[in-house]
Design a binder for this molecule. Structure first.
Ligand code: MF3
Ligand code: CO
Length: 231
């Protein structure tokens, strides 16, 4: 359901659309399926969707005042609670035509997630996942956000362990069959620093440069990583 709804949202992103329009689409899709938002009410977060535009890193709050313009990039982070379990995923997409460097940031961040997923194997180590993200991001001339991390996910939205987007290969806990991790690279075009806006939620890059974010909920199985938030 998380994957389905994110695909619906992807199709709505265009110049002229507001982030509140996207929130309303997300709400309607939840209602259609009779399921709850994973985010609304979590630590008093008031919306179903996090919509983070350009220099916003994560936890952007939907607003009717935030109108997408040609060339913007937007990260949409979305989660569902159903039958006692949580799902959580995020994608970053373009509004219209974007600058080549913005496109490269999105592509590298998506690649960071893919390579991190590949490292989520039985017998591997937690920071193999982290290292996969860091090395691809930094090797591409970008930086990883350190102030926010991925997480275990299951009967709670956030469960141990934390899954940093940086770390040393061969370190961290041993990965076991049945673990489910929300892996979520946040990659900045400039420096890794972030600050929180006065709304108490929106994280933005300290240098005002672009940031991209992708996330999947991934099960570690005997047959390898299984991406639960993919159609
Ligand atoms: N994907 C984010 C996370 O894992 C979104 C949760 S923020 C919320 O932390 F507060 F809005 F729920
Ligand atoms: Co998450």
């Amino acid at each position: 359901m998380v994957a389905e709804i994110l695909e619906v949202l992807r199709g709505k992103v265009a110049p002229g659309v507001t982030t509140m329009d996207l929130e309303l689409v997300a709400e309607a899709e939840l209602r259609k399926r009779g399921v709850r938002s994973a985010f609304k009410g979590y630590r008093n977060y008031p919306y179903c969707l996090c919509a983070s535009v350009n220099e916003e890193v994560v936890h952007g709050m939907p607003s009717e005042k935030k109108v997408l313009r040609e060339g913007d990039i937007i990260s949409m982070d979305f989660g569902v609670y159903c039958d006692g379990y949580y799902g959580d995923a995020a994608i970053t997409v373009a509004a219209g035509t974007i600058a080549p460097e913005a496109k490269r940031l999105i592509d590298v961040t998506a690649k960071c997630l893919e390579e991190a997923v590949s490292a989520a194997t039985v017998g591997g180590r937690l920071y193999d996942i982290s290292h996969a993200i860091q090395s691809r991001a930094e090797g591409s001339g970008f930086s990883v956000v350190r102030a926010f991390v991925g997480h275990g996910i299951g009967t709670e939205l956030h469960e141990p362990p934390q899954v940093p987007n940086f770390g040393s290969p061969g370190r961290g806990m041993r990965l076991k069959e049945g673990m489910v991790l929300a892996i979520e690279p946040m990659v900045n075009a400039g420096g890794s620093g972030v600050r929180i806006l006065d709304d108490g939620w929106t994280a933005v890059t300290a240098d005002g440069r672009l940031s991209a974010h992708f996330e999947h909920s991934v099960a570690i199985t005997a047959d390898g990583p299984k991406v639960l938030s993919r159609l």
